[in-house]
Design a protein. Structure first.
Length: 559
């Protein structure tokens, strides 16, 4: 069995609306490498798993616990610890072996296995007329868990009429036994290489979890290699997909996808009506106080588009980052401002800007003209790449507090680095920080001197660690959870890049920036090196200010 699970997993309990289940990946080496046993389920009306191709498995039977004394290689204490359960972990392993025996006729057991003698027991277990402990006692068998590895833990999404809390195991297929479909649950059996099973040309109907586990198996050349890798895992996290809406229709979203945390926040019950893509012009109610409308300006530097936020509590609302200028020649408000005005629950009282890059602030002037609301923000220290038409009614100060209504206030936080005039706004009641481009989802921001300053950027990130934050609302992307983890990750990333700059300076001696670029950004596609060069210059200028780098005759060297 695998090593013990990490502390904290022991808190898991199967939800009341889900059934505990177990599944087994039986592996062997075929003519061309690793193969896994799969079965095609029976077609049944109203069953979401009808006709799908899966690994053997099914729900736990309360009588599975009777077989604890017939298990070889692991006891309930060790298995429960591995699965992060207070007790009953061995029930899952027993269920995985029992269900596999019922569905495909293969039994992981030690003893004299007589297929003819076991056939009646297979039928009895399927009919619920006996339990596997009775079979082991009568046949003189012990269930063999010595080669069993714990692979995955998946919980089907909330909101489904039938949910399963499933533990997945893997083991070598037993020798000298022949798999046979029961023709009830399993209509067809297949020994397949993982890539064969995933090939669309084969036309298999696969669940999301099955696709993911096949993808994991596909990297291994042999059954032994896969089992060794599974056994070496120190932790198996819970994976719970969520249902979501999208421009292409309903879909399943997995942890790690950008929209996942926001969907969990907006739709904890699993109705499936929270969207997993950002659609220009679509108003998304993020809370009672916050609405997001995304501008139609997707691109390499803007991701899905610039987010404009409406924030308020009552009749008056504040706009954060109205977005890019409307298309030239458009009479009246363009599509983004039209969508924004339509989404506002009340009058727009003020317009805030995080910074004056051209994808964030230019629409402020047009919105101010339409609504009469004042524009607030700060002017940039350097004009390059800035919105030259930005003229705030007044400049906001760090620590200033803007009352939006009886139950909402924004605190201004000056966060220079990406831009000298960059501001974040903290909605204190929700501990939600509107980050503009100071923190983006899924990527680091470009620090472009002279207005961009790496030293200031790192200091501003560090200062945000002292704030009580629960969510980030970035200028591009979905809501982001765990702000402290994200901030620490950004700081660590920049310092790691700085260490590469130092190493390149030591190795190259005096060298121009372009000579250092491919060494420092060897993990970035060459097509992006033009953008990366700006941040490299910012790193070099920081090291120069720290006294660790010198520029002479257009060449950089370590001091």
């Amino acid at each position: 069995m695998n090593a013990p699970a990490r502390a904290g997993a022991e808190a898991h309990r199967t939800p009341a609306d889900a059934r505990a289940a177990a599944s087994l990946l039986l592996l062997r080496d075929g003519p061309h490498g690793l193969q896994v046993l799969m079965l095609r389920r029976a077609e049944r009306e109203g069953d979401m798993r009808s006709g799908v191709t899966v690994f053997p498995g099914g729900v736990l039977d309360p009588r599975d616990r009777h077989a604890h004394g017939f298990c070889l290689g692991c006891d309930d204490l060790a298995m429960s610890q591995r699965l992060g359960l207070p007790l009953g972990g061995l029930d899952y392993a027993v269920a995985a072996l029992r269900e596999t025996f019922e569905e495909v006729g293969l039994l992981l057991a030690e003893g004299d296995i007589d297929p003819l003698a076991l056939r009646p027991w297979r039928e009895r277990l399927q009919a619920g007329q006996g339990d596997i402990a009775e079979m082991c006692r009568e046949q003189g068998l012990q269930l063999d868990l010595r080669g069993l590895a714990y692979v995955a833990h998946w919980l089907t999404p909330p909101g489904l009429p039938r949910r399963f809390d499933t533990r997945f195991f893997a083991a070598p297929a037993p020798l000298w036994q022949e798999a046979q479909a029961d023709r009830g649950e399993a209509l067809e059996l297949m020994w397949l290489a993982p890539r064969e099973a995933l090939d669309p040309a084969r036309g298999l109907k696969l669940l999301t979890v099955t696709e993911r586990l096949l993808g994991e198996l596909a990297v291994y050349a042999s059954a032994a290699q896969a089992l060794a890798a599974f056994a070496a895992r120190t932790a198996v996290p819970l994976t719970m997909p969520r249902r979501a809406a999208s421009a292409r229709g309903p879909r399943v979203v997995l942890p790690g996808e950008w929209a996942y945390a926001e969907i969990a926040r907006l739709d904890p019950a699993g109705r499936g009506d929270a969207w997993c893509d950002l659609v220009a012009g679509r108003a998304v109610r993020l809370s009672e106080r916050v609405i997001r409308v995304t501008a139609p300006n997707p691109g390499p530097m803007t991701g899905p588009g610039t987010n404009t936020y409406l924030v308020g509590d009552g009749a008056g609302w504040t706009v954060i980052d109205p977005g890019p200028a409307e298309a030239p020649g458009v009479a009246g408000p363009g599509p983004h401002l039209q969508a924004l005005l339509a989404a506002a629950p009340g009058r727009i009282e003020r317009i805030l800007v995080t910074h004056t890059h051209r994808d964030h602030s230019p629409a402020a002037a047009a919105l101010a003209q339409i609504t009469g609301a004042p524009v607030l923000g700060r002017r940039a220290a350097h004009p390059e790449w800035q919105d030259e038409g930005f003229h705030p009614a007044r400049e906001l100060q760090h620590g200033e507090r803007l009352a939006l209504g009886p139950g909402a206030a924004l605190r201004v936080i000056h966060t220079p680095g990406h831009a000298s005039n960059h501001l974040c706004y903290l909605l204190e009641e929700e501990k939600l920080l509107f980050t503009g481009d100071h923190v983006m989802q899924g990527s680091t921001v470009v620090i472009n001197p002279p207005d961009g300053d790496m030293q200031a950027y790192l200091a501003a990130l560090q200062a945000l660690l002292d704030e009580d934050l629960e969510w980030l609302a970035p200028g591009h992307g979905f809501l982001v959870p765990e702000p402290q983890t994200v901030l620490r990750g950004l700081i660590a990333h920049r310092l790691k890049r700085e260490a590469k700059v130092r190493a390149a300076l030591q190795a190259a001696g005096p060298a121009p920036l372009q000579a250092l670029l491919p060494q420092v950004y060897d993990d970035v596609p060459p097509a992006l090196h033009g953008v990366a060069a700006r941040s490299l210059l910012a790193h070099l200028l920081k090291l120069q200010a720290d006294g660790d780098a010198v520029l002479a005759d257009q060449a950089w060297s370590a001091r």
